[in-house]
Design a protein around this ligand. Structure first.
Ligand SMILES: Nc1nc2c(ncn2[C@@H]2O[C@H](COP(=O)(O)OP(=O)(O)OP(=O)(O)O)[C@@H](O)[C@H]2O)c(=O)[nH]1
Ligand SMILES: [Mg+2]
Length: 228
């Protein structure tokens, strides 16, 4: 049986309020040497190029152009930091695994992305986006290996649900959940989203609100310490 995502139901309204707060771009970092000073807790949106990270950020915050979206893979070329109210930061990451921008650049981004994901004390959770049409690919597994080793909490978000046949959706979720077994840092729930049609957006907002309440972070205005 696939777990019921209504688990997060009690957090639907807090999630809506959380993401209705002002959201502003504060910082773009080309690499780990230019990250913003530590501040509010961060959640990061990572995944392969073109999977829909920037689109998801726009859908969550109900804005059309907060994060830049493109038909061309490789649009997001730095780590973009946004504040959501006073208590949370959202990080839109460049996609990994896209070669057409040049190998040197890809290697630099990949190292920058990995270093950020492994070593950021205020990073609460990584939302690892996976194209719902294809499921997990080897670069995703590599990232999951990294996050497991660094003990950084992550949750898989399947994207582009509107482009997946109804009959295939449950199977895609089940296969993804199966791949998460024995992965110590993986949150054992998968949310299937469509930034285009809005499916799963409310659930994802609720999941973030729930995370914050569990970690005693933004919801109470208290900063979690790195030892939390
Ligand atoms: N049908 C459909 N298309 C989507 C969805 N989300 C994103 N897309 C499309 O996928 C393409 C890539 O979207 P982006 O949000 O720019 O993807 P990204 O992961 O930020 O890409 P990079 O920044 O290049 O890594 C765009 O053409 C979007 O319109 C979705 O839920 N459904
Ligand atoms: Mg992007």
């Amino acid at each position: 049986m696939i777990p019921d995502p209504t688990d997060d139901d009690a957090f639907i309204e807090p999630g809506r309020k959380l993401f209705a707060q002002p959201c502003d771009f504060i910082w773009g970092a080309a690499g780990t040497e230019s990250l913003p000073p530590l501040g509010a807790p961060e959640i990061a949106f990572a995944g392969r190029s073109n999977v829909g990270k920037s689109s998801l950020l726009n859908a969550l915050t109900n804005r059309k152009t907060l994060a830049r979206v493109s038909h061309t893979p490789g649009r997001t070329q730095q780590l973009n930091f946004f504040t959501l109210g006073d208590g949370l930061r959202l990080v839109d990451m460049p996609g990994y695994g896209y070669a057409a921008v040049g190998r040197a650049k890809v290697a630099a981004w990949t190292e920058g992305i990995r270093a950020y994901l492994r070593g950021r004390p205020t990073l609460l959770r990584v939302y690892l986006l996976v194209d719902g049409r294809h499921g997990l690919k080897p670069p995703d597994s590599d990232t999951m290996d990294d996050l497991d080793r660094a003990a950084v909490s992550y949750q898989i978000i399947l994207t582009k649900r509107d482009e997946v046949k109804v009959a295939e959706r449950e199977g895609r979720i089940a296969a993804t959940l199966a791949a998460l077994q024995r992965r110590p840092a993986a949150h054992p729930d998968v949310i299937f989203t469509s930034s285009k049609e809005g499916d799963g957006i409310e659930s994802l907002r609720a999941a973030v609100a729930r995370l914050l309440s569990e970690r005693g972070g933004a919801a109470s205005g208290k900063m979690p310490s790195p030892s939390d």
